[in-house]
Ligand binder design. Structure first.
Ligand SMILES: Nc1ncnc2c1ncn2[C@@H]1O[C@@H]2COP(=O)(O)O[C@H]2[C@H]1O
Length: 849
C-alpha cells in the first residue's frame, strides 16, 4: 500500500512552508486533468487541500511526495475501476485492516512521537481520487472532522457559560435567524442605497453568502426532521384507508371522489397573495393587507373573527404549502401557531384507548377542509397540543403566529366585549335594574357582532333560530310569510273579468339589484361541539371572568352550528298590503324560494329560485316591521310570548350591523325579574298574527283589483273603434301605443290617484329598485319601457291631474288624493269589497285565503 521511497523530490516539496506545499499541490493536480476541468478548479482544490488536509490533518512527509511517485503509489493502491475500490468508501485516516497493515502499524507506532501517523495517513489516504466528487467528499469529511476536533478542544477550554453561548451560536435555528437578519440588513442596504451595494459592501455580500449556505443547511435539517416525524407517526385507520384509495399505484377500488369535480378543495391561493404573505409584516402595505383581507373573508373560520382581529391577522399571517401525509402538529407538543386551511384537507387524530386491551391508539376525530381552522386550544389554554394533525390532501395552510393569536387577539376581544356591554346597556331590555353588570358581561361573552349588506336574509325562521338579534346600526325588515293560493290574490274581482297585470309587473320590479353578501360574524363556528365541551362551557360560565384567552376560546368554540339548518322552500309574491288596525304598516315583498345552500342569500337569489319552480301554493312575504338601532328581534320567541309564527329578518338600505345573543344563554342568565321584564317588552312589540295579515292582504288585493277596474273604466272610451277608420297603419299603431302608454301609466299612478293609505312612502321605495336593475335583460326591458313612457313620466303632475279629471268624469266619485285615506275612500273600499265578495271570482279568492 505504501508508496516506495523516492529519491528525486520536486523542488516544492522540499519546502515545508504552506506556500510551497500549495505550489506543489497545484502542480500535482494540474497533471490529473480528468479530475479538474479548469485552472480555477485546480487552484481552489489545491487551496482547500492545503489548508484543510495538509496543514491541519494529513501532514505529508515532503520527501516522499514526488508527482511521479505519488501517482504510482495511488494507482497501485487503488485501482481506478472495480467494485471494491476504496474510493467508493474513502478511508480518510488510516486504520489497519489486514494483518500486514497491522504489523506495519505496530512498527510505525514506535516512532509516532514524531510523525509516523501523518505519514501513514498519506500513504493510505486517497487524496487524489478517480472522480472529482469523491475527492470533494473526502476533503469535506476530513475538514468536518478537523472542525469537530478543534471545536471539542475549544469547548473543553471554555467555562460553562461560554459553552452555553457558544452552543447557542452554533445552533442551526439560531444561525438561521441570524442569516435572515443578515439577509434583511443586506436587502435594506440594497434598497436604501444601491450605490453602496454596488460599490461593494463586500462584507455584506460575504455575509449574505454565508447566510444562504446556512439557510440551505437548515432547510436540509428541516426536511430530515419532517421525514423522521412522518415515519414515526403511526397512521390511523382512516388515514390508511384514504391514502390507499388515493395513491395511484395502490388503487384498490373505484373511488368516485377521484373523478368528482373538486373546485372548492383544489382552489389555490393566487400568486399575489402568497407573495404578500411571504413578506415580513412591516413590509406589507395597507393596500396589500386590505387585499388579503378581502380574499381571506371567504374562509368561514376567518370570518368569525371581528374585523379588527382579521386586520391584525392579515398583517402577520404566513403561508405554508404542505404535502400529503405530512404531520402538521403533534399531540403533546408545544403550540406555536394557529392554522386556517385554505385548500386541501387534514386529519385531526386524537388518542384513544382500546377497551379490551387497554392499548392506546390514534383515531381520526375529524377531517378539516377549506375554511376550517385548528390549533387554537393550545394557544389559548397554554396547554400542549390536544391532537395530532396530519395532511390528508396537499394543503395550503395560513398560519397566525402564537404571539398574535394568544396575546393580541384576546386583548382586542376584551375591548370588544366592553363595547358590547356598553351598547347593550343602552337597550331597555338590559336596563341595570334587571341585568347586573356581571350577568350582562357573561351574556356578552358569547355575543357576536355581524354585518350585512343590503337585502340579505339574516334569519329565515325566527322559531327555529337560536339567537336574539339587537340592531346596532342600519335597519332591518321583519317579514312574515303567508301561504295562500296564487289565484286568490292575482285574479281580479272586477265584473269585467280582466286580469290585473300588476302581480307580474311587481314581481319584476322587486327583482332588486344584486348585492354581494358579506357578513362579519364575530365568533368561531364549531359544528363538532360535543356535549362534553358544552358541559365544560357551562362550568366555565359559572366561574365568572376567567382569563381573557379562555373567554375568547369559549366564544370561538361556542358556535359553529349556526346557519346550517335552513329548510329551503317557500316562494314570495309581490304585494302591497295594509293592516287595518293601523298599528303596523305593511307593504310588499318579493316572490321567493329559498336556495338550498343556506342563508347566504339575497332577495334576488330567492326570487330567481322561486321563479325556477312554479308552485300552485305560493308564499307571500309581507313586511310587518322595521328594526332600527336598539330594536330587538327574536325576544318574543325566547320568552314564549310569540303567536305570530315564523318571521324573517332581512337587512336593507345601506346594510346593517347587529349583535346576536344566544337564546339559551339569555334564558340561563336572566333573573326572574328580567324575564318578566322581557315578556312585557315582548308583548308591547308583538307583531300581527297570520290571520290579521291575511285579512289585510285580502283587502289590499281587492283594493288593487278595484283600482284596476276604475282605470279600465276610465279608458274604455279610448278603446272605442275609431269613427274615422281611414287612418294609415302607422297612425293606427301610434294610437294604440298611446292608449297602452296611458294604461300603463295609470296603473302605476293609481296608488297616487286613489290613495294608498299610509303607504305612499313605501310604494315609492318599492319602485326604486326598478331603476337599478341588475341583469341586462331586465335593464333592456326597463329602458324600453322608459322610452315608451317618456312624455308621461317626465310630467307626473300633469298626468296625475289628467287621471284625476278622467276619474271624475268616469263618475267614480273619487277626487285626487295622494296622501292618507279619506273617510270617503274607506267607504268606497268597503263598497268594493262588498261587490267583489258577491262576484264569483272574489269569493273564490276569499275561500282560497
Ligand atoms: N375533535 C376535534 N375536532 C376538530 N378539531 C379538533 C378536535 N380535537 C382537537 N381539534 C383541533 O386540533 C388541534 C390540535 O392542537 P390544539 O390542541 O392547539 O387545537 C386543536 C383543535 O383545534
Amino acid at each position: 500500500m505504501a508508496a516506495g521511497p523516492d529519491t528525486s523530490p520536486p523542488a516544492g516539496f522540499t519546502s515545508s512552508s504552506a506556500e510551497g506545499r500549495q505550489r506543489t499541490l497545484r502542480h500535482l493536480l494540474s497533471e490529473t486533468p480528468t479530475f479538474f476541468k479548469s485552472p480555477r478548479q485546480v487552484n481552489s482544490a489545491s487551496t482547500t487541500l492545503s489548508r484543510n488536509v495538509f496543514d491541519k490533518r494529513l501532514f505529508i512527509r515532503p520527501q516522499s511526495c514526488t508527482a511521479e511517485n505519488r501517482r504510482k503509489a495511488l494507482t497501485a493502491s487503488y485501482p481506478v475501476s472495480g467494485t471494491h475500490s476504496p474510493m467508493s468508501r474513502p478511508r480518510t485516516s488510516f486504520s489497519p485492516r489486514t494483518p500486514s497493515e497491522r504489523d506495519r502499524c505496530a512498527t510505525d507506532s514506535d516512532s509516532t512521537a514524531r510523525r509516523p501517523r501523518t505519514y501513514r495517513s498519506y500513504t493510505a489516504s486517497p487524496l487524489v481520487s478517480e472522480s472529482q466528487q469523491d475527492l470533494t467528499r473526502h476533503v469535506t469529511e476530513a475538514w468536518s472532522r478537523v472542525r469537530r476536533e478543534s471545536l471539542r478542544r475549544r469547548m473543553s477550554r471554555m467555562t460553562p457559560e461560554q459553552r452555553d453561548s457558544f452552543r447557542l451560536l452554533h445552533n442551526p435555528a439560531f444561525q438561521a435567524a441570524r442569516c435572515v437578519a443578515v439577509w434583511k440588513r443586506a436587502r435594506e442596504r440594497c434598497t436604501h442605497s444601491r450605490q453602496n451595494w454596488r460599490e461593494g459592501d463586500k462584507a455584506g455580500i460575504a455575509r449574505f453568502h454565508h447566510a444562504a449556505r446556512l439557510v440551505i443547511l437548515v432547510h436540509r435539517l428541516r426536511v430530515a426532521m419532517t421525514t423522521l416525524s412522518r415515519d414515526r407517526t403511526v397512521p390511523t385507520a382512516a388515514e390508511m384507508r384514504f391514502h390507499t384509495l388515493h395513491h395511484d399505484e395502490r388503487v384498490l377500488a373505484f373511488n368516485k371522489d377521484m373523478y368528482a369535480r373538486r373546485t372548492e378543495a383544489t382552489m389555490r391561493l393566487p400568486r399575489w397573495a402568497t407573495d404578500i404573505m411571504g413578506k415580513p409584516p412591516r413590509w406589507r402595505s395597507e393596500q396589500e393587507c386590505r387585499r388579503l383581507h378581502a380574499l381571506l373573508r371567504c374562509l368561514k373560520a376567518f370570518r368569525v373573527f371581528s374585523p379588527r382581529i382579521q386586520a391584525i391577522m392579515c398583517r402577520s399571517i404566513l403561508y405554508q404549502f404542505i404535502e400529503a401525509e405530512r404531520v402538521v402538529l403533534r399531540k403533546g407538543h408545544h403550540g406555536s401557531g394557529f392554522y386556517f386551511v385554505y385548500s386541501g384537507s387534514v386529519f385531526v387524530n386524537a388518542e384513544d384507548k382500546n377497551q379490551a386491551t387497554g392499548e392506546a391508539f390514534m383515531r381520526t376525530e375529524a377531517v378539516l377542509g377549506r375554511g376550517d381552522s385548528f390549533g387554537e386550544i393550545a394557544l389559548l389554554r397554554g396547554c400542549p397540543r390536544t391532537a395530532s394533525v396530519t395532511v390528508r390532501e396537499p394543503c395550503e395552510l395560513l398560519i397566525v403566529d402564537d404571539k398574535i393569536f394568544a396575546e393580541v387577539c384576546p386583548k382586542i376581544f376584551d375591548a370588544e366585549l366592553d363595547e358590547r356591554v356598553k351598547f347593550l346597556r343602552q337597550v331597555p331590555l338590559f336596563a341595570h335594574r334587571y341585568w347586573p353588570p356581571e350577568a350582562l358581561r357573561q351574556l356578552c361573552i358569547e355575543t357576536q357582532m355581524q354585518e350585512f349588506k343590503s337585502d340579505h336574509i339574516i334569519v329565515d325562521d325566527s322559531e327555529e333560530d337560536e339567537w336574539i338579534y339587537v340592531c346596532a346600526e342600519g335597519q332591518c325588515k321583519v317579514l312574515k310569510s303567508l301561504v295562500l293560493e296564487k289565484e286568490s290574490l292575482t285574479r281580479p274581482a272586477s265584473p269585467r273579468g280582466d286580469p290585473p297585470s300588476d302581480v307580474d309587473t311587481r314581481r319584476v320590479s322587486f327583482a332588486v339589484h344584486d348585492d354581494v353578501i358579506e357578513d362579519d360574524d364575530d365568533v368561531f363556528h364549531d359544528e363538532d361541539q360535543d356535549s362534553e365541551e358544552e358541559e365544560e362551557a357551562t362550568i366555565d360560565r359559572s366561574e365568572s371572568m376567567r382569563s381573557k384567552s379562555e373567554r375568547m376560546l369559549r366564544s370561538i368554540r361556542g358556535d359553529h352550528a349556526e346557519d346550517n339548518d335552513q329548510d329551503p322552500q317557500a316562494s314570495m309574491d309581490v304585494f302591497t298590503v295594509e293592516v287595518d288596525d293601523g298599528s303596523h304598516d305593511v307593504s310588499r315583498a318579493g316572490r321567493q324560494r329559498r336556495p338550498p345552500e343556506e342563508l347566504d342569500m339575497t332577495l334576488r337569489s330567492l326570487i330567481e329560485a322561486q321563479l325556477r319552480q312554479r308552485r300552485k301554493n305560493d308564499v307571500v312575504y309581507v313586511e310587518i316591521g322595521i328594526l332600527k338601532r336598539g330594536d330587538i328581534f327574536g325576544l318574543q320567541e325566547t320568552v314564549g310570548v310569540s303567536d305570530s309564527g315564523p318571521l324573517i329578518l332581512m337587512s336593507f338600505g345601506i346594510g346593517t350591523r347587529i349583535y346576536r345573543l344566544k337564546r339559551t344563554n339569555f334564558r340561563d342568565l336572566a333573573s326572574e325579574e328580567a324575564t318578566e321584564h322581557a315578556k312585557l317588552l315582548g308583548y308591547e312589540k308583538k307583531y300581527p298574527s297570520a290571520e290579521a295579515l291575511l285579512i289585510a292582504l285580502q283587502e289590499q288585493s281587492k283594493w288593487d283589483v278595484y283600482k284596476q277596474t276604475v282605470v279600465e273604466e276610465v279608458l274604455r272610451h279610448h278603446r272605442r273603434p275609431d269613427r274615422f277608420p281611414l287612418r294609415s297603419p302607422t297612425e293606427e299603431k301610434l294610437r294604440s301605443r298611446k292608449v297602452n302608454r296611458l294604461v300603463s301609466t295609470l296603473s302605476r299612478c293609481s296608488d297616487d290617484i286613489l290613495g294608498l293609505p299610509g303607504n305612499a312612502e313605501n310604494t315609492r321605495k318599492i319602485t326604486e329598485p326598478i331603476d337599478a336593475p341588475s341583469d341586462d335583460r331586465e335593464r333592456e326591458d326597463i329602458r324600453r319601457a322608459r322610452k315608451f313612457d317618456t312624455p308621461i313620466v317626465m310630467r307626473p303632475k300633469t298626468m296625475v291631474a289628467r287621471c284625476g279629471s278622467m276619474l271624475a268624469r268616469a263618475g267614480t266619485g273619487h277626487t285626487l288624493n295622494s296622501g292618507k285615506i279619506s273617510p270617503h275612500q274607506r267607504l268606497v273600499r268597503q263598497r268594493v269589497s262588498a261587490i267583489s265578495s258577491t262576484s264569483s271570482d272574489s269569493s273564490e279568492a276569499a275561500n282560497g285565503v
